[in-house]
Write a protein that binds this ligand. Structure first.
Ligand SMILES: Nc1nc2c(ncn2[C@@H]2O[C@H](COP(=O)(O)OP(=O)(O)O)[C@@H](O)[C@H]2O)c(=O)[nH]1
Ligand SMILES: [Mg+2]
Length: 459
């Protein structure tokens, strides 16, 4: 995948639609400079790469001035795409940007497809596939945590880890193949050496694969469903976390009748929080439907927040809810701690020994909510693992990494059972192939198309 020459030049508006102070129209490809020169009139006769120039975009055919702009010419290969590239900084009006784009198209450029600038950057070897995917993550980031992780992946830290493991395995494979081809001269690697290299890489790749769990939460949001019996303080908890009165709170049991979903930023982690109708035995038709929706919210969630009321005892309703969420990981939040003592909670918590953690909170005063948000943060971030790994793998990368681990586990068995070296070579080859797909050293066109289809036009 390196230095493919594209014979066409692409153009697109790279800034979002709508009015803005400035907007950018970009051109990339071998005719980018010529096309730009045919539209632009500035004071400089000769363009210096990377030097911004003030001037005007003109529609020569109609002898019309289109906009006053700043144009920056970039020279291949040191550009975003690796090709000759032009950025026209114009005024941020949809009319102006469209006119400039149309002039570029009339001048011989083709409208870029989604993500085509980044796709060219990848195909021209300016970045690997994990970096290209990080560009997408960075654009999509909604919290600071997401953007920082995407940036470390964009810097190539994440890809570097994969590449190191791949390189290790390639060296091992070459050594094994040499041993097969020249048994007399090279011979087989000692059992201990083989085992050590395989085990080391297995551990490393497993750790990397496990970051895709965090990756999913950071990209798509962690889904939390707040459940509990009526009046436990679920809606108060939602409001307290949102810092505004989103849900109606009263002391009348059954106030919340429908599930309510809100997006929240918890220490830089996107969280989708659902407040639900209190769960209890009821004959009320509307309340019943609400409770069905609560069950649905539980099903959809990654973690359930089971809120119990510390101002009263553990009841049959609490027990019923515990059964309902049996299949889900959950936190036990003892609410209304302002009305009681910690001992009460210890007694109540005995009923839910499977809780991932138990925290006594007050949804009213906000007491101990920081303990809860800190727990969420460390759960998603898996300690500092993500920082060490230089980002988190996305689902595609995580799956490949897991498959590579599977192949390495088989390779370890092959070694352990003293099977022929040919088998070991096959196992290693399959692990290497999976890793090559992660960074894109060897990857099908279909995968590339899928990766870039998600991008917006102009990136
Ligand atoms: N003292 C105290 N009262 C609370 C707390 N959380 C909720 N409440 C009260 O409990 C009642 C029910 O709260 P609500 O949030 O509507 O409960 P939900 O039915 O579980 O949604 C309201 O009167 C709240 O003011 C708390 O932490 N401390
Ligand atoms: Mg409620």
């Amino acid at each position: 995948m390196s230095l493919l020459a594209f014979d066409d030049t692409i153009a697109a508006i790279s800034t979002p639609p709508g009015a803005g102070a400035i907007a950018i129209v970009r051109l990339s490809g071998k005719d980018a400079w010529t096309i730009a020169a045919s539209l632009f009139s500035g004071t400089k006769a000769i363009w210096t790469p990377y030097q911004a120039m003030h001037g005007y975009i003109k529609d020569i055919q109609n002898n019309q001035l289109v906009d006053e702009v700043v144009l920056i010419p970039y020279k291949s290969p040191n550009t975003y795409t690796g090709e000759d590239l032009i950025e026209i900084n114009c005024h941020g009006s949809a009319v102006v940007t469209n006119e400039i784009l149309n002039l570029c198209l009339k001048g011989g450029a083709r409208l870029a497809r989604n993500g085509e600038f980044t796709q060219r950057a990848f195909l021209n070897g300016r970045m690997d596939l994990t970096q290209a995917e990080a560009v997408y993550d960075l654009i999509q980031a909604k919290t600071s945590r997401q953007s920082r992780l995407a940036l470390s992946a964009l810097n190539g830290e994440l890809g570097e880890q994969i590449k190191l493991a791949r390189q290790d395995l390639i060296e091992l494979l070459s050594r094994i193949v040499a041993g097969i081809d020249f048994p007399e001269e090279v011979g087989e690697l000692p059992f201990d050496d083989l085992n050590e290299i395989l085990a080391q890489n297995c551990v490393k790749l497993k750790k990397l694969a496990s970051t895709s769990r965090s990756g999913r939460f950071l990209r798509d949001g962690l889904r939390l469903a707040i459940v509990g019996k009526p009046n436990a303080g679920k809606s108060s908890l939602l409001n307290q976390l949102l810092q505004f009165d989103r849900a109606i709170v009263t002391d009348i049991a059954g106030t919340t009748r429908d599930s309510l979903e809100e997006l929240l930023d918890i220490n830089g982690i996107p969280v989708i929080l659902t407040d639900t109708a209190g769960i209890r035995e009821t004959r009320d038709t509307v309340e019943k439907i609400g409770i069905e929706r609560s069950a649905k919210a539980v099903e959809m969630s990654d973690i359930v927040l089971l809120v119990c009321d510390l101002s009263c005892a553990w009841t049959e309703d609490d027990q019923l809810i515990l059964q309902m969420i049996a299949q889900k990981p959950f936190l036990l939040l003892g609410n209304k701690v302002d009305l009681t003592t910690a001992d009460t909670f210890a007694e109540i918590a005995k009923h839910a020994p499977n809780a991932m953690t138990t925290i006594a909170i007050s949804a009213k005063t906000g007491e101990n909510l920081e303990k809860f948000t800190d727990w969420i943060e460390s759960f998603v971030m898996q300690g500092e693992k993500l920082q060490e790994s230089g980002g988190s793998l996305n689902a595609r990368q995580g799956e490949l990494c897991e498959k590579a681990v599977e192949s390495l586990v088989i390779a370890q068995e092959t070694v352990f059972n003293a099977m022929p070296q040919d088998c070991l070579a096959t196992d290693l080859k399959s692990a290497i192939d999976r890793l090559s797909e992660v960074c894109g050293e060897s990857v099908s066109e279909e995968v590339i198309t899928n990766v870039f289809a998600k991008f917006c036009i102009g990136k």
